[in-house]
Ligand binder design. Structure first.
Ligand code: SP5
Ligand code: ZN
Length: 333
């Protein structure tokens, strides 16, 4: 399977994240990359397909914000990474903001996703990596995009959950723009892919299925429940399969079967897999109990759907096992 990656994705260097009342070392750091590259071997560079494919998913004001946020932070006299601290939970609406603090709270939904001087560059090339892997998939039936930073928590105009641009959504829109009629996205990261769900929630041409930790106990808390099934034209095209902490392969396999049945019924031309290795038992921020060998079982089941399949990297924070888990997953295709 061809693998895509660009060294410019290293430019995002989060200095830390805030939870439980204090700063912690960033879980989504560059050591993840080295672990994955070591296990994967050779990678290819993406072409630069420009900003247009990003604009199919993200609003112009959000892209302008993301590109300039850290510069505005520095101009305001601040040091280090830009973080939000005040959030418009009531009647969020577009406005012209004079203060970077207002923009950060408007566009950001958590305190674990810092914006540094290289965040835009890294996120931009992460999205280009997804697009390069998409086009390889359209040509050859499958490819892997080593996306970092990840994407599935980011919506059309917000960042969060270590995600700034929604790589899977950008790839899905590019596939539709190049003539595919229906796309399915299967999200097997430990956390619910709230951004991806939101982007396609009222759409019938993109079916979204996600297997994740129950938001009753886990981040992102406010989305990912089973009763979120889509709305309007998208009614029935969103399938959430929340699982309890401690989930092991037998229960996971049942949910995977349900997800594959559901997305198969939508008759997609292409499958995009948002893959997180944070379902592994030893993950430092997650609570499922999958084993390394289970990743090949997951991908073998996915491959048996017989669809062209694009795999994009999302989370996975146990650096000591990340390479093996990713390699095991890719070996099933
Ligand atoms: C892409 C992805 O996997 N994003 C996940 C973002 C999760 N952020 C949650 C931060 C809070 C973690 N609490 C950890 C407690 C460790 N004992
Ligand atoms: Zn995750």
């Amino acid at each position: 399977m061809r693998c895509f990656w660009d060294e410019r994705q290293r430019a995002h260097v989060p200095q830390g994240e805030f939870f439980n009342g204090k700063m912690h070392a960033a879980a989504e750091h560059r050591g993840r990359i080295d672990a994955m590259l070591d296990a994967i071997g050779a990678t290819e560079l993406p072409d630069d397909r420009g900003i247009e494919p990003l604009q199919r998913v993200h609003s112009a004001d959000y892209l302008d914000f993301l590109r300039s946020a850290h510069e505005q932070w520095v101009t305001a006299g601040r040091e280090g990474d830009a973080f939000p601290y005040s959030f418009p939970i009531v009647r969020r609406r577009p406005q012209a903001f004079d203060r970077i603090d207002a923009s950060l709270g408007y566009y950001g939904f958590d305190t674990s996703s810092p914006i540094g001087p290289g965040t835009w560059e890294a996120a931009y090339w992460s999205a280009q990596t997804a697009l390069a892997a998409l086009h390889a998939t359209l040509d050859e039936g499958g490819a892997f995009g080593l996306c970092r930073p990840p994407g599935h928590h980011s919506g059309s105009d917000y960042f969060g959950g270590y995600c700034y641009l929604n790589n899977a959504a950008i790839a899905a829109e590019a596939a539709l723009a190049s003539g595919r009629e229906r796309v399915a996205i299967l999200d097997v990261d430990y956390h619910h892919g709230n951004g991806t769900q939101d982007i396609f929630y009222s759409r019938s041409d993109v079916f979204f299925a996600s297997i994740h930790a129950d938001p009753a106990t886990d981040y992102p808390f406010f989305w990912g429940r089973a009763d979120e099934t889509g709305e309007g034209d998208g009614a029935g095209a969103n399938l959430n399969l929340p699982l309890v902490r401690g989930t092991r392969w037998p229960e996971y396999e049942r949910a995977l079967g349900t997800a594959l049945d559901g997305l198969g019924n939508s008759a997609p031309d292409l499958l995009i897999v948002s893959f997180g290795a944070d379902t592994w038992g030893g993950d430092p921020i997650s609570h499922f109990q999958l084993e390394t060998a289970d990743y090949r079982s997951i991908s073998t089941r996915i491959a048996s759907a017989g669809l062209p399949t694009l795999v994009l990297m999302e989370g996975g924070y146990a650096v000591e096992a990340l390479g093996a888990n990713v390699a095991e997953f890719l070996s099933g295709f």
